[in-house]
Design a protein around this ligand. Structure first.
Ligand code: NAD
Length: 479
């Protein structure tokens, strides 16, 4: 198992000699001790990345770069089984999710951006006077990519593939809870032909390695996926060096069910919306908004299905719900259950750890609250666990007020057979992604990001290059 820092094409110990444990949340056992990167290691990685920008990578044709990135996707698929197992072991997501979603979707990102490397074009601009003006789309330079623990490989790949396609060099800092697949990515990059220093991977903690990367004066930009308070801290830390930022932050997404919807499909996907990846999903449909006349009948369907979803060993292909990622996350979810009950919400199902707990892990029952007030804590704050807050609405102004009534704006879903109503509402919702009669669809080609305090900038698709490139305007005198 890979456990060291990957800097300038070599596996290295941390300068401090420190390590930290990564834990299997299904068993609470230590999987491995990982080299703990700190400021000195980040500095070495930045120097390697800067040197690599001026080396063969900086001079390579875009098509050649594209072929290496494509090859990374192929290597990921060749090693899919091993990588899916590592991801499940480190994060607790089910093996079905790791192998059917995380690994193939990550590979898709390398295929998409492998092709995109040759599609980055500038413009010719019709300026006044006897001049010719054109723009060059150039890489940002050295970029720091900081990712969370909920989709370790996938969220790293979203950033790494786009950053490399644009010709940048990278320092990737995975979350301390889940460093294993990021280290495999470093190996895959090397196998695919990335020159030394192009992709460096430095596991470590946010307050040390992460902060050092953000404050480093020779890093040109930071892309973060993380919590909103982390994003705010990054904005403060990046100010001194006026660093370009791309922030993908939290969410509290409304999943809206109208009386005229296909209720079977809506009930099934309401569960998928909140319990997929144990609710540790930034776009989780954590607020279920149901139109009043159908509320009781619809909730019966939802609760009946939730009762059948018991947490189980994530390595078992039949398991539909694994453990939460860590003890801290479990404590966080329990805290919100208490808050919900104190605020007068009613527990319809779940609310505690299953008994007996499978293994010794951080398992939690699928939980549904109703009688939730739109302004209450559990309707406003991101829980990041398998906890659904259900609310009712009357169609019209009340719905929009509730749906848009949090500080977040990451995603939303609408269930109705009325196509006009669906599109009107899709336009009015303040969210970066809106699903109509579906939930949680993603594609490498689709721009993805948040409104309001869910962040700014878009990743995936060609829009990701707004962050990973900068444009240069060139004037030529023709007189
Ligand atoms: P987190 O913000 O605590 O950590 C995310 C990453 O940032 C980790 O690598 C962490 O080490 C690093 N970090 C923390 N403090 C830092 C600092 N001061 N400087 C630099 N780096 C720092 O988030 P988490 O608990 O790992 O993940 C959960 C959060 O991520 C949730 O709020 C969730 O909504 C969000 N998330 C958002 C998206 C999205 O696409 N918008 C996707 C997944 C997760």
């Amino acid at each position: 198992m890979l456990t060291k820092l990957f800097i300038n094409g070599k596996w290295e110990d941390a300068a401090s000699g420190k390590t930290f444990p990564t834990i299997n949340p299904a068993t609470t056992e230590v999987i491995a001790q990982i080299a703990e990167g700190g400021a000195e290691d980040i500095d070495r990685a930045v120097k390697a990345a800067r040197a690599a920008r001026g080396g063969p990578w900086g001079k390579m044709n875009a098509s050649e770069r594209g072929r290496i990135i494509w090859k990374m996707g192929e290597r990921l698929l060749e090693r899919a089984e091993e990588i899916a197992r590592l991801e499940t072991m480190d994060n607790g997501k089910t093996i079905t999710e790791s192998s059917k979603i995380d690994v193939p979707y990550s590979a898709d990102l390398y295929f998409y951006y492998g092709g995109a490397a040759t599609k980055l074009e500038g413009h010719t601009i019709p300026v006044n006077g006897p001049y010719f003006n054109y723009t060059l789309r150039e890489p940002l330079g050295v970029v720091g990519l900081i990712v969370p623990w909920n989709f370790p490989l996938l969220l790293a790949s979203r950033k790494v593939a786009a950053a490399l396609a644009a010709g940048n060099t990278v320092i990737l800092k995975p979350a301390a809870q889940t460093p294993l697949t990021a280290l495999v990515l470093a190996e895959i990059g090397m196998e695919a032909g990335l020159p030394a220093g192009v992709l460096n991977v430095v596991p470590g903690h946010g307050s040390t390695a992460g902060a050092a990367l953000v404050k480093h004066s020779d890093v040109d930009g930071i892309a973060l996926t993380g919590g909103t308070s982390t994003g705010q801290q990054l904005m403060r830390d990046a100010a001194a060096t006026v660093k370009k930022l791309h922030l993908e932050l939290g969410g509290k997404s409304p999943n809206i069910v109208f009386a005229d919807a296909d209720l079977e499909a809506a009930a099934k996907m309401a569960l998928m919306g909140i319990f997929y990846n144990k609710g540790e999903v930034c776009t989780a449909g954590s607020r279920l908004l149901v139109e009043k006349p159908i509320y009781d009948g619809f909730m019966e369907k939802v609760v009946e299905r939730a009762k059948k979803m018991q947490p189980a060993d994530p390595m078992d292909p039949k398991s539909r719900l694994g453990p939460l990622v860590s003890e801290t996350q479990l404590a966080n979810v329990k805290k919100y259950i208490e808050i919900g009950e104190k605020e007068g919400a009613r527990l319809l199902v779940g609310g505690r750890q299953p008994e007996p707990t499978p293994g010794k892990g951080y398992f939690f029952q699928p939980t549904i609250f109703d009688n939730v007030q739109p302004t209450s804590t559990i309707a406003q704050e991101e829980i990041f666990g398998p906890v659904l807050a259900t609310l009712t609405f009357q169609d019209g102004d009340e719905l929009l007020k509730i749906a848009n009534g949090t500080m977040y704006g990451l995603a939303a879903a609408i269930w109705t057979k009325d196509i006009k109503k669906a599109h009107r509402l899709a336009k009015a919702l303040k969210a970066g992604t809106v699903w109509i009669n579906t939930y949680n669809n993603y594609d490498a080609a689709m721009p993805y990001g948040g409104y309001k305090m869910s962040g700014f900038g878009r990743e995936s698709g060609m829009e990701a290059f707004e962050f990973y490139t900068q444009s240069k305007s060139v004037w030529v005198d023709l007189s």
